[in-house]
Unconditional design. Structure first.
Length: 239
């Protein structure tokens, strides 16, 4: 479709919930992991955070075997993190097991994002300042738009930022006299990596030339209003 010139937006995969005896149930998967002993602790911690329940832990020489029952939604986007944690030496097999009671909120991404405040072209000056607080997704002189994700925050909250702001130059200080500073490495996403990274309120925008990330609701005040409504609905449904 990209070769034919189509543009499309793709949301994060979602699991199918169902009601059993008046309670919400979700799909769980049986996960069998074999990892070098030195990486087992990290994998255990990650699966626990994803509401996984360990059913077996066995040591076989230099490798540790783990068996877990994990909510399917907790495994969405975990593959890349698993590979990084085990440095490519881990093996993970998973298959559908059963529907069980909803396990509660699962934090899938520890970091927040930088959200573009306005339309325009990115400036090196702004990106350099932002890169001190996170990792950038865009190069200087890149066209961005309101609601587009331009970087990852080092903290867990989202920030609306202006990557198009340039340095104000005085008569005594011009661009020709400033020292050139090189922007830190830019994070590039494949389609699969982008789908693993985004949250439920975000989209992957796919064009013939680029892959971009964005919020589903681009305007900040509308996004805040929708989040408040969603939080209110969840509180009512859980009461």
């Amino acid at each position: 479709m990209r070769r034919e010139g189509y543009e499309l937006c793709v949301s994060k995969p979602e699991v199918l919930l169902k009601e059993v005896d008046g309670k919400v149930h979700e799909p769980f998967e049986k996960v069998i992991v074999s990892v070098p002993n030195e990486y087992a602790g990290g994998v255990i911690s990650q699966l626990n955070v994803r509401k996984g329940i360990m059913s077996l832990m066995d040591n076989d020489g230099s490798y540790t075997k783990l068996e877990y029952l994990v909510p399917t939604r907790g495994l969405i986007g975990y593959r890349s993190e698993f590979i990084n944690t085990t440095h490519g030496y881990g093996i993970m097999e998973k298959s559908f097991d059963s529907y069980n009671p909803y396990a509660g909120k699962i934090q899938s991404r520890a970091n927040g994002v930088f959200i573009a405040k306005e339309d325009g072209k990115t400036m090196t000056y702004s990106l350099l300042a932002l890169s001190e607080r996170g990792v950038m997704f865009v190069d200087p002189a890149t066209k961005v738009y309101t609601g587009m994700l331009v970087g990852m925050n080092s903290r867990d909250n989202d920030l609306v930022v202006n990557p198009c702001k340039n340095k104000v130059l005085s008569a005594m200080r011009t661009s020709g006299t400033d020292n050139y500073e090189k922007l830190k490495e830019i994070k590039r996403f494949t389609l699969e990596q982008a789908l693993e990274f985004i949250e439920q309120d975000e989209l992957v925008e796919i064009t013939p030339d680029d892959i971009r990330l964005r919020k589903k609701i681009l305007v900040e005040n509308l996004r805040k209003r929708a989040n408040k409504t969603l939080k209110w609905d969840m509180e009512i449904s859980n009461s």
